[in-house]
Write a protein that binds this ligand. Structure first.
Ligand code: BMA
Length: 300
């Protein structure tokens, strides 16, 4: 079946937001009962981002709430690490709680913040879970070998590769291991990073990732998929040979940052259908659909 971009994309733009924003994009996604929730990044007119919740009964038509659900000033002791904004939330459900990992941006450079919620109204800020410079963090939905696992993307002296680490309590992390690096001379030649939280399949942990290549005077952001070993999740057992989503339509090419498709949220339906919520040109929220079977077939 491939990957199908929804014909009426984008599904959310700033016209759907009742308060003043510069843009709405890069949403974390989760289904709670029969309701689809997106925690969307809104860049405010001053250029700093907050999160706003959007709700839907069909995964396509969303209502954006009339005020942000989480803002930099809600971060108590951690405010100084998010002074320039909070960005790109990923959502993982573990037992009865929802965990958000997102970028805190400040003069200290990007790092990862962890927050928990049960209702998407009140958020408990659990704190910083990386040092700078690090972003693109996703948490696995269950323990593996008695540990929680987190993938992130430290930037080390020009390297921007995917690493994994583990924790007993989601707060203290260690056991850092390398997972995947960018591939020279390809669509992911400059940087890669995890996009969506991994989901468990019969063949391994499946996740989407983004690859970046400098091209002329700009960067092209595209999306691929990879498969990690079920018991040793630092081992890549499959990876798409080509990107699965590329910026080739006007709403992906034209905007605040042109030629970008970026995702940090997907929803897997019980029948194996996959809804990928992605953003075009850092300016809107779009939908693409596929299936787990198709993604597995192109990873292996
Ligand atoms: C990344 C992040 C994303 C953004 C992407 C493309 O580094 O900052 O928020 O969507 O760049 O500009």
């Amino acid at each position: 079946m491939g990957i199908i971009k929804f014909e009426k994309n984008p599904i959310i733009t700033k016209d759907n937001v009742s308060f003043k924003v510069n843009s709405i994009f890069n949403a974390g996604a989760i289904k709670v009962g029969s309701e689809y929730l997106l925690v969307c990044r809104t860049e405010m007119p001053n250029g700093r981002s907050s999160f706003v919740l959007a709700r839907s009964n069909d995964g396509i038509n969303f209502n954006v709430e009339d005020k942000p659900c989480l803002s930099p000033e809600d971060h108590g002791d951690y405010c100084k690490y998010v002074e320039w904004g909070i960005e790109d939330p990923r959502i993982t459900k573990i037992s009865d709680k929802y965990y958000l990992t997102y970028t805190g941006f400040s003069k200290y450079k990007p790092l990862v913040i962890l927050a928990e919620t049960t209702d998407f109204k009140k958020f408990k800020i659990l704190g910083t879970v990386t040092e700078p410079s690090n972003k693109d963090a996703v948490i696995f939905p269950e323990m593996i070998n008695n540990y929680y696992w987190k993938i992130d993307r430290p930037s080390a002296e020009g390297n921007s590769d995917i690493w994994i680490n583990r924790s007993k309590d989601l707060i203290h992390w260690g056991g850092y291991q390398f997972v995947a690096e960018k591939e020279a001379g390809t669509w992911e030649a400059n940087k890669i990073g995890a996009s969506t939280p991994p989901i468990k399949t019969k063949d391994g942990w499946l996740l989407l990732y983004h690859g970046v290549r400098g091209f002329g005077i700009s960067y092209l952001y595209k999306i691929g998929a990879m498969l990690l070993d079920l018991n040793e999740p630092w081992k890549v057992i499959g990876k798409t040979k080509e990107p699965i989503l590329i910026p080739d339509l006007d709403y992906e090419r034209i905007g605040d940052v042109g030629n970008v498709v970026f995702t940090n949220g997907w929803i897997i339906e019980e029948n194996g259908e996959v809804k990928i919520y992605y953003s075009g040109a850092d300016t809107n929220i779009c939908l693409a659909t596929t299936t787990i079977d198709y993604l597995l077939s192109i990873c292996i």
